[in-house]
Each structure stands twice: as structure tokens, then as C-alpha cells.
Design a binder for this molecule. Structure first.
Ligand code: ZN
Length: 456
């Protein structure tokens, strides 16, 4: 019998098996090593269950859930603009291009002020943890120092942060008050940012990662895009950008590059296994195949898409094509910091795509058949799909995966999820949790085996 576990958790848990199937683990023991990695999951019928329980129960290494509490994998936010937290919930009624020029670029330019940046970023990271988000893939701003500050705040608060210093070097496309000074400066700042964060990662248990981040093709020169592709290769980093988000953006790239976003990004060395592209609503079949071939993932941002994308992502079709998909809040194109809200919207949007929305059309012409996704698929996207998109061992409760979890309490004070049928199936219970729970139901959040949030 192995007494060497650093921590043992006892309780029921949900984890995705496939995009369509969820595994409900009842009364299991989750045995962790000192790095916060799951070494063993013991079910009640396992011969070692009783002896392990007896060895750890009552010690300070043992954590047991109360009645009505469940482990869910921590959620993974695949697309979020950290500085835009300051304007979340406002200005949702103008087109993308105006929204950037009139509100968003002026706001992001203020992050040259580190005091302002600290205030916003500390609040955002704490808010995300309280909402069950254990890993986030962030766009920061063009400022190297403030971007590094965000990585430090993630490191301090215990969140797994993947952070990008944003590149916007095209002098014609970006306002004079908010852009990189030159292409050379953009690449040099990105390189030194990568080195700083990789150094910080060495002393950060849960990991912080630098991300090569061209904002999107419209704000970058060809030279910067190609240079960023080389940096990503040289330092083996993640990559993020926006791809075929809206009619305006999609058409702009076609006019300038005479090809789609996808093929242009690929030529610049920006599509690969650790690349995540936000939105990707307007991918052609050829684009989608290139995503699948290169292992590039889609950050599906279903709330933001309603306001800024002019369409609904055909997520079910892209999953069938073998593309990795995760969910993103896209603060502040999306207003909510909660991935629970984005699970709900992902399911709702897919139903509207399938059924159609114009009642004056006959039912047979109204929608796009076979577009719906189930609650199980949305759960998969926000957990296992996100982990796979980032090529990290997170998002599943399985051996050799990292212990990133949220503890959901259906009996939380002032937020009780009423269960009227005692014989409710575990799958129905999960769906109740996904559709009805509120931040009050998230009692604890753990990242890499460490408790990072507790709601008393
Ligand atoms: Zn975005």
C-alpha cells in the first residue's frame, strides 16, 4: 500500500469521456502527488479503497466532500481580453470596427499605467477563480510591462494563466496613441516578454505561459506576422489571434491577402497544435480542414458572437471534422466572466442555428440541420476540449491529469438547487448544475492541487 500521496480527495465527480458522453464517478478517492497530479482514482469496489481511506481519513491530507457537493473539472477560458474587464457589460450595440476605435483601443491604451492595470487585473483574476475558471488564455495589451504584470498576478493568485502581449504594429490601421512603435519593437518586446514569462514559470507551481499574440491580421504587417510565427517556433510557445470573426474582418483579410484568414495565418507559421484562434465563425470547408490538419483549435465565444460576429459558429459540424474546440468568454465582446453562462449560450445558439430564426420562412428552409450541441458537448468544450486545445493535461479527472477542480454545492446558502426527485440520474444532476448554478454554488476552487478560492 502506498502512503506517499500528498493529498487524497473523496467525493463524487463528473468528467467527460467523449464529446457526447460524461462519466459520473461516485464516492471515489482521488490520490494526488506533490505536484498536484492525479496518480490514482480508486472506486469503492477497488481492493485498495478501504486501506487507503483508513490511512488518510482524519489526516490533514484528506479532503472529503459534504452531502450535495460534487467535483467538476476547473473550467478553461480559451479567449479573454483582460484589460476589457474594465468595460464589461457596456457598449454592446455598435459594430466591431467602431467598438474597437471608439471604446476599446482608448481603454486598452490606459494600461501603460501599471497602477490602473494592477487594479483591473487583480479584480479580474479573482473574479474568474470565483467563477470556477482555473485556466485562462489572455490577451493583455501592447504594453510589455503591464502584460507581464498580468502573468505575475496569475502566478500569485494560483491561476494557470497563458498571457499574450498584443502585437499591433501597422501604422495605417492602428491609432497613433495605441500601437507598437515599430515592427522591430513589436518583435523585440514579444521576445523579451516570452523570456520573462518563461523565467517566471520556473517558480510557478501551476504554470504561466507566454503566448505569441498578433491581435488579428488587420492590425499587423506581414513582416510582424511572419516574425511572430518564427518566435513561436523558436521558443515553442502557444499562439492566439482572431480568425474570420465577422463579415468586416473576414472580408478585410480577403481584400488585403487575396485569401482567407486561415490560409494567411498558416503561411505566416501561425497555425499549429498550440494555436488557438478566436471565433472562426466564417471558416470555409478548406479552412476547417486546415484547422484539423494543423491541430489548431477554435475558441468558441457564443455570447460575444451574438453581438459582434454576424453569425453562429457551426460547432457541431466542426467537432465532427475533428477540430479541437473550447469555450471563451471574450470579455468584453461577451459581457459575462462566467463560463457557465457561455455553456448555456453555446447550447442555445446551436439550437437557434439548427431551427433558424426567421418565422416567415417555411420550417424546412429556416435553419441548418444537425447543428445542435448537447449540454454534454458544451461541458466537454469547457473542460476536456479546452485542455486538448492548449495541449495541456487539464480538463479531465483522470490519472496523470492535473487536479484543477471546482466544488459545486447544490445546497449552498441562498442558492439551493432544488432536487425534487430522489432518484435523479447523475446526468440529469450535472445538467441542472450546468444550467442553474450560480457563483454562490462554487464553494471551493483548486488549481494544481492547491486551494485558490473558498466561499464560506
Ligand atoms: Zn477577442
Amino acid at each position: 500500500m502506498d502512503h506517499a500521496y500528498a493529498k487524497v480527495f473523496r467525493g463524487a465527480a463528473f468528467t467527460s469521456k467523449t464529446p457526447q458522453e460524461v462519466d459520473a464517478l461516485k464516492d471515489c478517492l482521488f490520490c494526488l502527488d506533490a505536484d498536484g497530479v492525479i496518480q490514482r482514482i480508486l472506486k469503492p469496489l477497488d481492493p485498495d479503497y478501504g486501506t487507503t481511506l483508513a490511512a488518510y481519513s482524519g489526516t490533514d491530507k484528506f479532503h472529503e466532500l459534504a452531502e450535495g457537493q460534487y467535483f467538476l473539472p476547473g473550467f478553461i477560458d480559451l479567449h479573454i481580453h483582460a484589460p476589457q474587464w474594465a468595460q464589461a457589460g457596456t457598449v454592446m450595440d455598435i459594430p466591431l470596427h467602431d467598438w474597437l476605435d471608439t471604446y476599446t483601443f482608448p481603454l486598452e491604451s490606459k494600461f501603460s499605467d501599471l497602477d490602473f492595470a494592477r487594479k483591473v487585473y487583480q479584480d479580474l483574476v479573482a473574479t474568474l477563480l470565483a467563477n470556477g475558471t482555473t485556466t485562462a488564455l489572455y490577451f493583455a495589451t501592447v504594453h510589455k510591462e503591464a502584460s507581464f504584470l498580468l502573468a505575475q498576478i496569475c502566478a500569485d493568485k494560483g491561476q494557470r494563466g497563458l498571457v499574450g502581449k498584443v502585437v499591433m504594429d501597422d501604422w495605417e490601421q492602428n491609432p497613433a496613441y495605441y500601437r507598437d512603435e515599430s515592427t522591430e519593437a513589436a518583435l523585440a518586446d514579444t521576445e523579451s516578454f516570452i523570456q520573462l514569462v518563461q523565467e517566471l514559470n520556473k517558480t510557478t507551481k501551476q504554470g504561466v505561459y507566454p503566448v505569441v499574440t498578433p491581435r488579428f491580421i488587420p492590425s499587423c504587417t506581414d513582416e510582424a506576422l511572419a516574425g511572430l510565427g518564427e518566435l513561436a517556433k523558436k521558443y515553442d510557445t502557444h499562439i492566439q489571434s482572431h480568425c474570420s470573426e465577422s463579415d468586416w474582418e473576414h472580408n478585410y483579410v480577403h481584400e488585403r491577402m487575396h485569401k482567407s484568414d486561415t490560409f494567411a495565418l498558416h503561411e505566416m507559421g501561425l497555425l499549429q497544435d498550440k494555436a488557438v484562434m478566436a471565433h472562426a465563425v466564417f471558416l470555409s470547408d478548406a479552412d476547417a480542414e486546415l484547422f484539423a490538419e494543423t491541430g489548431t483549435a477554435i475558441a468558441h465565444c457564443p455570447i460575444s458572437n451574438v453581438f459582434f460576429s454576424n453569425g453562429v459558429l457551426p460547432a457541431a459540424r466542426f467537432t465532427q471534422k475533428g477540430i479541437d474546440i473550447g469555450l471563451g468568454t471574450d470579455i468584453s465582446g461577451g459581457f459575462s466572466p462566467s463560463l457557465f453562462d457561455n455553456i448555456r449560450q453555446a447550447v442555445i445558439a446551436s439550437r437557434m442555428l439548427e431551427e433558424g430564426v426567421d418565422p416567415s420562412l417555411p420550417a424546412s428552409e429556416r435553419g441548418l440541420p444537425h447543428s445542435r450541441i448537447s449540454a454534454n458537448e458544451a461541458f466537454y468544450y469547457v473542460t476536456a476540449g479546452g485542455g486538448q486545445s492548449l495541449s495541456l493535461p487539464i480538463g479531465r479527472l483522470e490519472k496523470n491529469y492535473i487536479w484543477d477542480v471546482q466544488v459545486i454545492d447544490v445546497n449552498a446558502p441562498n442558492a439551493k438547487l432544488q432536487i425534487f426527485e430522489e432518484a435523479i440520474s447523475m446526468e440529469d444532476l450535472l445538467h441542472k448544475i450546468l444550467f442553474l448554478s450560480r457563483p454562490e454554488n462554487i464553494r471551493e476552487v483548486w488549481v494544481q492541487g492547491e486551494c485558490v478560492h473558498k466561499r464560506l
